[in-house]
Write a protein that binds this ligand. Structure first.
Ligand code: HEM
Length: 391
């Protein structure tokens, strides 16, 4: 069953009678199906695919990984990284159109997660490419060849993080992987079980952080360039940057679909669903549900504040881009901070930009991905012309 209603999607995410398609569910789908592939089995060990009580046993000791202190430290690093990336980007713009995705939005998330987890910068490209390959297993209908690509990426990610954990055991630091090893050694009492838990966590943090945040950043820039009035508003009122990011998350969520399984015979929106049946929550569609959002197809950076002054007030209701309920995204504060720092710094620069060609997209359903977005410099200057503009 496909769910495109915001209220029903939210209800399913918050209701304990709906669970995630975990390892037990996957094994019931039979050998030789996509669910028994190595990539799928590896995913089933990660936090968003655990059900209670296994989920609580991992999530509770993790706590709030991006608390205010950690976030403040990372914000400082983000500001420095953003300036370096934007310098490179604007240097390239002098020679003509430059790809914002390749130069900025794909780089920042791996630089930051790499800094947080202490991953050497020479490994960043590898990890980013493996993530792009692995994500096929999380698609709605992956082909057999995509599953093979995903399996190969999974094996390399597994080897990478096995080595990383071995190194961190030898030389512990104050990075999250070393902290998780200490935490689960105390809880588990078995180094092998600790390593398995930490491995699943470390792999998933990288997988969770990259494509999603890259999409948020590229997409927020795209939507502003395509909506010049909204861009002008944010230029005039920089305190609207976080609102523009929330609206980008609503308008075109990085994850368009979340799956859940019924634990008992039930009914949803008047339709009977048998125990064990899956529902696909179409988050992208729910974010354009007119029952929930006024003028859902309008990109309105003032939506959270009640909408544009001369327009009927948009309903101030939350989006589901980070999910809801017990699996609510643990990295939401990091992604929001990254996007805020990037957009603020970009808008502060004395440059005018426009899309030089329509962005290119990966042909996907679940994980949105802009593969390239070429921007070009309209002019440089200051005062009134100091703005990023759209065609
Ligand atoms: C714009 C960026 C991001 C988006 C749109 C996003 C979206 C989501 C969504 C929709 C879920 C819930 C999945 C479900 O209910 O089945 C989720 C879970 C999760 N996310 Fe994110 N995410 C983002 C960034 C991040 C980052 C940067 C990290 C970590 C560094 C992260 C870590 C996690 C974790 C650990 C979970 C699993 C939580 C649980 O199952 O308890 N995410 N994310």
């Amino acid at each position: 069953m496909l769910v495109n209603s915001h209220s029903l999607a939210q209800q399913v995410l918050r209701d304990k009678q709906w669970i995630v398609p975990d390892r037990a569910w996957r094994s019931q789908q039979g050998a030789g199906t996509r669910w028994s592939s190595p990539a799928s089995l590896q995913m089933s060990q990660t936090l968003p695919l655990l059900n209670s009580p296994a989920h609580t046993q991992i999530r509770r000791p993790l706590g709030n990984i991006f608390n205010q202190g950690t976030l403040a430290d990372l914000q400082h690093s983000t500001e420095e990284m953003v300036e370096v990336l934007l310098d490179e980007f604007t240097d390239q713009l002098v020679d003509g159109p430059a790809d914002f995705v390749a130069l900025v939005s794909e780089k920042l998330p791996i630089m930051l997660i790499g800094k947080w987890m202490g991953l050497p910068s020479q490994d960043h490209d590898l990890l980013r490419n493996l993530t792009h390959d692995q994500v096929h297993t999380q698609e709605l209908f992956p082909t057999a060849s995509e599953i093979r690509v995903s399996d190969a990426a999974t094996a390399r990610l597994q080897a990478y993080f096995t080595n990383l954990i071995r190194d961190r055991r030898r030389t512990p630091g104050d990075d999250p992987v070393s902290t998780w090893i200490r935490t689960w050694d105390d809880l588990e009492g078995s180094p092998a079980r600790t390593d398995a838990t930490v491995h699943a966590l470390a792999v998933f943090m990288v997988l969770a952080a990259l494509e999603t945040t890259s999409h948020l950043i590229a997409n927020a820039v795209r939507l502003l360039l395509e909506n010049p009035t909204q861009l002008a508003l944010v230029r005039q009122h920089p305190d609207l940057v976080p609102d523009a990011i929330e609206e980008a998350l609503r308008y075109d969520a990085p994850i368009h679909l979340i799956s859940r399984v019924a634990t008992a015979n039930t009914e949803l929106g008047g339709i009977s669903i048998a125990a064990g049946e899956t529902v696909q929550l179409l988050i992208g569609a729910a974010h354009h549900d007119p029952e929930h959002f006024t003028d859902p197809h309008t990109f309105d950076v003032r939506r959270r504040r009640g909408g544009a002054e001369d327009a009927p007030a948009s309903r101030v209701t939350s989006h589901l881009a980070f999910g809801a309920g017990i699996h609510y995204c643990l990295g939401n504060a990091l992604a929001r901070m990254e996007a805020t720092v990037l957009l603020t710094a970009l808008l502060r620069r004395p440059i005018r930009l426009r899309l030089s060609a329509p962005p290119r997209w990966a042909p996907r359903v679940v994980f949105r991905r802009i593969t390239s977005m070429h921007l070009t410099l309209v002019s440089t200057g200051h005062e009134s012309s100091q703005r990023i503009d759209a065609r």
